[in-house]
Design a binder for this molecule. Structure first.
Ligand code: FMN
Length: 189
């Protein structure tokens, strides 16, 4: 059976892709503008290159057709902190995907504590095992409501006990399959 994407509506294309290209990591992105800490999850998110260290995240529009707050903040401040959630944070992660007015902070609204690691970047979400401090690299105009934004990783926070001197790290981020979620299980070879 061959499914022709040109015959599918957006929902069906999303359904197929999100159950096929699996699992999808979830970037739990913190941005900050005018003192307001914005938090939201994004799973159209992938590594692009290690040299330079780039990731891409595709961010769409709100229900009123204006760009999502994270997209505005990254384009205006050129900075983002990407956190990764453990299973115990799933509820907060989902809460933070609620659409709020731009001047309302998900951190305050949903009681998500944040911690400043470096003054140069937005804070991390408390208890994050690891986080990427990123700067805007570029974006791709794909003639769509969605804007793929390329971010360059400038530094990484990692909890000390999860990283050895050879930079072997072990984190247990949750991921997305379709609209569901999963937890990493490593196959030891
Ligand atoms: C697990 C998960 C993954 C998501 N991935 C994306 C995504 O890749 N792109 C997107 O535009 N929205 C995505 N969303 C929806 C956004 O999180 C949601 O629109 C949020 O309100 C955006 O917040 P902001 O306006 O503060 O940036 C996702 C939601 C969830 C729960």
């Amino acid at each position: 059976m061959v499914i022709n994407y040109s015959e599918l509506n957006d929902t069906k294309k999303y359904k197929l892709m999100s159950h096929t290209i699996i699992p999808r990591p979830i970037a739990w992105i913190v941005t900050q503008q005018n003192g307001i800490v914005n938090i939201a999850p994004f799973s159209y998110f992938a590594p692009l290159s290690s040299n330079p260290p780039l990731v891409v995240v595709s961010i769409g529009l709100k229900d009123d057709d204006t760009p999502k707050d994270t997209r505005i903040n990254i384009l205006e401040t050129k900075k983002a902190t990407i956190c990764f959630a453990k299973l115990e944070y799933l509820e907060k992660l989902i809460l933070s995907s609620n659409e709020l007015p731009k001047d309302v902070s998900e951190a305050k609204e949903f009681d998500i504590n944040t911690v400043i690691i470096t003054e140069s970047y937005p804070p991390i979400i408390e208890n994050s095992q690891t986080a990427l401090f990123c700067e805007l690299h570029s974006f791709i105009d794909i003639q769509s409501e969605t804007l793929p934004i390329i971010l360059e990783i400038k530094s990484q926070y990692i909890q000390k006990e999860l990283c050895d001197e050879k930079l072997n790290i072990k984190v247990d981020n949750i991921y997305r399959i379709g609209k569901g979620f999963g937890k990493i299980e490593l196959i030891e070879l």
